[in-house]
Design a protein around this ligand. Structure first.
Ligand SMILES: Cc1ncc(C[n+]2csc(CCOP(=O)(O)OP(=O)(O)O)c2C)c(N)n1
Ligand SMILES: [Mg+2]
Length: 655
């Protein structure tokens, strides 16, 4: 429905009033961006965005991503004004306080309708690429009747300046994601001042060169905004709309300057803004007529949902779409049959290879799995027979060639997982997890099931040397809350890690996998990795030592245990494929595995800092320096990760 500016201007001013008053009440926050983008957001939400506040999780809604997350009051105001149950005006009054869902930056787990957590600049837009990928993928699989929506993004100068923007824009252009529309808050201001201080980039030129459609508008002219958004929506390419705006628009003495970016306006300027805007209501009060206009703006969205419900009711594929959107796995995942095949024929393979074997089984049975790699497909072993390439010509494909874009890949994976209906997994070398680390952190913060396949997990990769040899990475990933980090020891543990990663629908997982072959150490299907750590070998002689090891060093620990037994010292071997799951076990289970009367020794080809929480004042064998370039056997000996080098150290502590 098109409205003229006599109705729209007061509606936009309601956003401005809420933003300035909430920031003032909190005495912190960012009024500039919501005030500057209020007009654009009003046009988008009243004339373009397909949504129904009564059903914030309706799967065919348009997705709105506030990539410029510091402008959180913009989305809180929009959700409230259009009639979402959350946030309430009470929540908005308590903006940025501990008991309010209106956190400083929007959090997907606090408010339905906040599609993703934003604040780390650039990532919202990069996640939006994943949302748009998921939409096209599900559209290809389920058809226009069930899946047919757009992804709208509000991004600032910062989102476009970040390095990840280049990755996201390149990927979206290549994949021709025409349902993705980015509204750039082109206010020429960042925190430090005018954007000319730091950039002279031809942004429209860059986007055009990347295969995008670009257009511009006066971000304070409702008709011009509507014209540009309609153009963006119609164009088959992803679109960038440069919305020329004035930051803090409506604050007469401060608008257009960088000081309005992130500080309360102050009582005097708020009074001046009220006068300038003709806004006479008290703080947190919206005149009935304006509120009614906002509430009635969603009629088209409500009608669209009713039509969708009617179509879904008679669509035989609707139940399968609902299952995938709910994140529930199919009854048969392929795990049992695959485990039995391993037990019948235990392979000596690298865990990256056994991951591929597990993926062959799982991807054949779990159609929502969409894989990919940042240009290391043959090394990460992420491609399976069931996963055809995802291309502009065949969006139903399930394998994404992300290119050398680790950060863009991880953010897109987050977007796909948040969109729902897709379980994304993606690979790179573990050492390059640093390139995408903040997106991994955002997976964990947002409680999404993104599965990272990080191969070449230690000096065991050999000759490529220290640039490629992770040392601190496994431990540093363990430091991220709510992230499962698996380092499996053989094919069975790898199959278990995949099963657990898939089953944990509210948190991400990392699989750290070897390049080198590993002998089988497990010959049963008891899902022992579910407890994070378990006794793999029990001492024969009286137990004096407990060896804890992960991944490739489980084999080493077994050799150490055998040598200690020859000295008459009983030694357990405890495999620890996942710290986080072990930490969730009860005290009795932990005490049984880590008895107080035994010397505890950890063995892992990485930094030792951290293992003390399990070994206490025992021994931690690892690598606290960078690695080196040499064949693997030379490296394991050089860095002291052999039974020959470890046994004397243990003996010196127990004799
Ligand atoms: C990755 C990242 N780096 C730095 C910041 C801190 N920060 C928040 S907003 C901002 C300036 C962003 O400028 P712009 O996007 O133009 O927003 P505007 O000032 O126009 O609202 C910065 C540097 C951040 N949130 N994320
Ligand atoms: Mg700006």
């Amino acid at each position: 429905m098109t409205r003229d500016s006599t109705a729209l201007a007061p509606m936009a001013n309601a956003i401005r009033a809420l933003a300035m008053d909430a920031v003032q009440a909190a005495n912190s926050g960012h009024p500039g961006m919501p005030m500057g983008m209020a007009d654009v957001a009003t046009v988008l939400w009243t004339q373009f965005l397909k949504h129904d506040p009564a059903a914030p999780k309706w799967s065919d809604r348009d997705r709105f991503i506030l990539s410029a997350g510091h402008g959180s009051m913009l989305i809180y105001a929009l959700l409230h004004l259009t009639g979402y149950e959350s946030p309430t005006m009470e929540d908005i009054r308590k903006f940025r306080q501990i008991d309010s869902v209106c956190a400083g930056h929007p959090e997907n787990f606090l408010i339905p309708g906040v599609e993703c957590t934003t604040g780390p600049l650039g990532q919202g837009l990069a996640m939006a690429v994943g949302f748009a990928m998921a939409e096209r993928h599900l559209n290809a699989q389920f058809g226009d009747d069930l899946v047919d929506h757009h992804t709208w993004v509000v991004a600032g100068d910062g989102c476009l300046m970040e390095g990840i923007n280049h990755e996201a824009v390149g990927l979206a252009g290549t994949l021709k994601l025409g349902r993705l529309n980015v509204l750039w808050d082109d206010n020429k201001i960042t925190i430090d001042g005018d954007t000319s201080l730091s950039t002279t980039e031809d942004i429209l030129g860059r986007y055009t060169a990347s295969g995008w459609h670009v257009t511009s508008c006066d971000g304070h002219d409702f008709a011009d905004i509507a014209r540009a958004l309609a153009e963006a929506k119609a164009d088959p390419r992803p679109s960038l709309v440069a919305c020329r705006t004035v930051i803090g628009k409506g604050a007469p003495n401060k608008q257009g300057g960088h000081n309005v970016h992130g500080s309360p306006l102050g009582a005097d300027e708020i009074a001046a803004a009220r006068e300038y805007l003709g806004w006479t209501s008290a703080p947190f009060e919206i005149p009935v007529e304006i509120l009614n206009n906002w509430r009635s703006s969603v009629e088209a969205g409500k009608a669209a949902r009713a039509e969708w419900e009617a179509r879904a009711a008679v669509n035989p594929q609707a139940a399968e779409l609902a299952r995938r959107m709910a994140g529930d796995l199919p009854a048969e995942t392929g795990l049992d049959g695959y485990l039995q095949s391993l037990i019948a024929n235990p392979p000596k393979v690298a865990t990256r290879k056994s991951s591929e074997m597990a993926l062959e089984a799982y991807t054949a049975n779990v159609p929502e799995m969409v894989g990919g790699s940042a240009d290391l497909t043959g090394s990460n072993n992420t491609k399976t027979k069931s996963t055809a390439p995802f291309t502009p010509e065949s969006y139903d494909g399930r394998y994404v060639y992300y290119g050398i874009r680790e950060f863009g890949m991880a953010a897109a994976m987050n977007g796909m997982a948040l969109h729902g209906g897709v379980i994304p997994y993606g690979g790179t070398f573990l050492v390059f997890s640093d390139y995408c680390r903040n997106a991994v952190r955002m997976s964990a913060l947002q409680h999404v099931r993104a599965i990272y396949v990080f191969t070449h997990d230690s000096i065991g990769l050999g000759e490529d040397g220290p640039t490629h040899q992770p040392v601190e990475h496994v431990m540093s990933l363990r430091m991220i809350p709510n992230l499962l980090v698996f380092r499996p020891a053989d094919a069975i543990e790898t199959a278990e890690a995949w099963a657990l990663a898939l089953a944990n629908k509210d948190r991400p997982s990392v699989l750290a996998l070897t390049r080198q072959n590993l002998p089988p150490v497990r010959f049963d299907a008891e899902m022992k990795s579910a407890k994070g750590a378990y006794r793999l070998v029990s001492a024969s002689a009286a137990r004096k030592v407990v060896l804890l090891a992960t991944g490739s060093e489980v084999e080493v620990a077994m050799k150490v245990a055998a040598a200690l037994e020859k000295h008459g010292l009983g030694a357990d071997v405890v495999s620890v494929p996942c710290w986080e799951l072990f930490d969730e076990q009860d005290a009795a289970y932990k005490a049984d595995l880590l008895p107080a009367d035994a010397l505890k020794v950890s063995i892992e080809a990485g930094v030792t800092l951290g293992w003390q929480k399990y070994v206490g004042d025992g021994l931690s064998i690892g690598i606290d320096t960078f690695g080196a370039s040499a064949p693997i056997d030379v490296l394991y000996d050089h860095f002291g990760l052999t039974a020959e080098k470890i046994v004397p150290q243990v003996l010196s502590r127990v004799s």
